[in-house]
Design a protein around this ligand. Structure first.
Ligand code: GDP
Ligand code: MG
Length: 371
């Protein structure tokens, strides 16, 4: 968790360091004014001075049940498909590009399956797979962060060749850079008479993306989502970048994934699209996500076909959760029902406590800002 230097805590609370040290001795903690104390201790001390510190740990102890930081043995790691997000300014053709890729690469769903839009899909390129997150804008970088790590491996930045770099283009670039996700630029609408590819490249340079053919490292691909030109080249470039990233995961462990989309279906109950990140998710697995838990009753792949198990990077719709989970939340497989129930219960309590605290208390960060 966070630490704070005794002297700084004294400053924040508006008391002498010696007063803090005295309180600390009372708590059995020996520290001088230049030493760090942990945030929990700081909160207790603050309380004694009539102030309240709430410390948000990035990692809640509830989640520790699942030992997420457990490193897989390198010999257990296998190659996994890249997960791609499409970003860019409104009307530059994000939806059209995703549709064009899907139409050229995906066969229609089979009878007996589901036909819903599930928020993600995979395509085959040669003998490899590429997974696209079909979520609007930069959500994949903001809400969908699993413990600080984005679930996206590659960002496709769509820039309309007749319009150029716009505010949301720049925003998308900064999101991808902050998440350290490589950017491939799809220069779209090249079918338009007013399209000017060189002007787009010039504007990319102005935003620190130097195109490869201009001596830089940014891959740019001219495409037309309308005419479906350049789609294969774009997919090839995605595979090339993915290869350099050496994306790997251990398929032989309890699955961990992220909720991409979720809703309540009248007939089937809570339905959630999960992007599996590690392990293999199976029908019959006991899973938890936030305050929701349950045994997976059925799973459908992105083509609407029933499946029994699904490995890393693949999206899948699951049925069997007790309630609709939140998009962006992690989903874990628990060893048994007791662990899953216990986790969901503790999450509920944690949520309730947080709500109570946020009403009556100042957070450590707030305090740092105010004083
Ligand atoms: P989004 O807001 O980024 O998702 O953009 P859309 O995919 O909704 O596209 C916005 C508009 O641009 C629509 O009217 C599309 O038909 C049009 N559009 C998208 N791609 C192309 C293209 O390659 N060429 C042309 N001429 N129009 C396109
Ligand atoms: Mg759109």
């Amino acid at each position: 968790g966070q630490n704070i230097i005794v002297r700084d805590l004294a400053d924040k609370l508006g008391v002498n360091a010696s007063q803090i040290i005295t309180k600390l001795i009372g708590l059995g903690v020996m520290a001088n004014q230049n030493q760090n104390i942990d945030a929990d201790t700081a909160a207790i001390v603050a309380d004694e001075f009539g102030k309240t510190l709430v410390v948000e740990d990035e990692k809640s102890d509830v989640d520790d049940i699942f030992d997420l930081d457990h490193e897989d043995n390198p010999k257990d790691l296998r190659q996994r498909p890249p997960v791609v997000t499409v970003m860019g300014h409104v009307d530059h053709g994000k939806t059209s590009l995703l549709d064009a890729i899907r139409q050229t690469k995906v066969t229609v769903s089979e009878a007996g399956g589901i036909t819903q839009h599930i928020g993600a899909y995979s395509v085959n390129v040669d003998d490899k797979k590429v997974v696209f997150l079909d979520t609007p804008g930069h959500e994949a970088f903001t809400s969908m962060r699993a413990r600080g790590a984005s679930i996206t491996d590659i960002a496709i930045l769509v820039v309309a060749a007749d319009d150029g770099v716009m505010p949301q283009t720049i925003e998308a670039i900064s999101h991808a850079k902050a998440a350290e996700v490589p950017i491939i630029v799809a220069i779209n609408k090249i079918d338009k008479p007013t399209a000017n590819i060189d002007r787009i490249k010039q504007e990319l340079v102005e935003n620190d993306l130097l195109p490869e053919d201009w001596g830089g490292e940014t891959i740019t691909v001219p495409v037309s989502a309308r005419d479906k030109t350049g789609i294969d080249e774009l997919l090839e470039m995605i595979l090339l970048v993915a290869e350099m990233q050496e994306l790997k995961a251990n398929p032989n462990r309890n699955a961990v994934g992220t909720i991409v989309e979720a809703q309540l279906d009248k007939g089937m109950g809570p339905m959630a699209t999960v992007l599996v990140q590690k392990g293999t998710l199976k029908v019959g697995d006991m899973v938890v996500s936030g305050t929701s838990s349950g045994r997976i009753r059925a799973m459908f792949d992105d083509k609407g076909k029933r499946v029994k198990k699904v490995g890393p990077s693949m999206p899948v719709v699951i049925l069997g959760l007790s309630e609709v989970p939140n998009a962006g939340d992690l989903l874990y497989v628990a060893d048994n029902e007791k662990i899953a129930r216990n986790y969901a219960q503790r999450k509920k309590e944690q949520l309730r406590e947080e709500q109570l605290k946020s009403r009556s208390k100042v957070s450590l960060e707030d305090l740092f800002e105010k004083i």
